[in-house]
Design a binder for this molecule. Structure first.
Ligand SMILES: [Zn+2]
Length: 299
């Protein structure tokens, strides 16, 4: 699943080509993608009809992001909310067949000869087509009359502030951490006190802060919390600058791969020497995920 830097990089790429275009036609080949975001999803004819008629003949005014959701905003301020989940992909192809791809490529043929059997939704635009492909169909593409309606539908219910926005404050972050009798890795992955951090960046942020991912949050000192807070912001900013990490083959919206992966200090480096002290990095399972750390640099 992409993390915040990957989704942000995809958003930035799509924003360049989509804004200003009119939606001329909407085709839905797999109704469950547009029908709901629950775990057990069924195609719903009413939802498909509404989805198509609500979007057709509107124009795209912005491409935004909230946590790992991409939000395409239309000229009446209604929104198309997209979550790529495991294998979702957005491909924009212009009339000259130039492609802009954001998401998971799986196999080479995945993006060839569009639309293909993995294409579930097609938006025909003034200058090209936007395809939603998804082999495993865990992702969703939903229509809401407004961002507020998407919030009411519990899309962002328990999620915390955006780490790179002003409402992510040190004070709230400190209070959030000190209220948790759980380990740091788990709390960072939960998205409740800050959004957008997944397995890769949780490990990188803990290493940069000199803190073991197993550290219990309500035992953290003020200095440790401040260090975490600053590292969350600086590491995510740097990762966005480098276009994300491209782990599990994420492609950015311009078709290139992110190159932040080569800057990873710990993620994917278990058994290799620590870049700071030279000792061997260790791994364990935490919050159900493989976690890599330096037993010397992190306390
Ligand atoms: Zn070390």
């Amino acid at each position: 699943m992409p993390e915040l830097p990957e989704v942000e990089s995809i958003r930035l790429g799509l924003k360049k080509v989509l804004v200003g275009q009119n939606v001329l036609e909407v085709n839905v080949n797999e109704g469950k993608i547009v029908s709901s975001n629950s775990n057990i999803r069924v195609s719903n004819d009413k939802k498909i009809t509404e989805f198509k008629s609500n979007i057709k003949n509107k124009s795209i005014i912005s491409v935004e992001r909230r946590a790992k959701n991409i939000i395409i905003k239309l000229n009446d301020l209604s929104v198309i909310l997209i979550h790529l989940k495991m294998t979702g992909q957005l491909v924009y192809e212009d009339s000259k067949k130039n492609k802009i791809i954001g998401g998971h490529p799986i196999i080479n043929s995945y993006t060839d000869n569009l639309p293909n059997k993995h294409t579930h939704i097609i938006f025909e635009l003034d200058n090209g087509s936007l395809y939603y492909n998804d082999t495993r169909k865990f992702g969703y593409v939903l229509y809401y009359k407004s961002v507020e309606k998407a919030i009411e539908a519990n899309h962002f219910k328990k999620i915390g502030p955006e780490p790179l926005e002003k409402d992510f404050t040190l004070k709230d972050f400190r209070e959030g951490l000190l209220s948790k009798n759980k380990n740091l890795k788990q709390v960072l992955l939960e998205q409740e006190i800050v959004v957008g951090i997944g397995n890769i960046y949780a490990d990188e942020i803990c290493f940069a802060s000199g803190l073991l991912p197993s550290k219990i949050c309500n035992t953290l000192t003020s200095g440790e919390i401040e260090s975490l807070y600053n590292n969350i912001k600086s590491i995510l900013r740097l990762a966005i600058k480098h276009g994300g990490s491209s782990i599990s083959d994420y492609l950015l919206a311009d078709g290139s791969r992110g190159n932040y992966a080569r800057l990873h200090a710990v993620y994917g480096r278990a058994g290799k020497p620590c870049k700071v002290c030279g000792n061997v990095l260790e791994k364990s399972k935490m919050a159900g995920r493989t976690t890599v750390f330096c037993p010397f640099c992190q306390k």
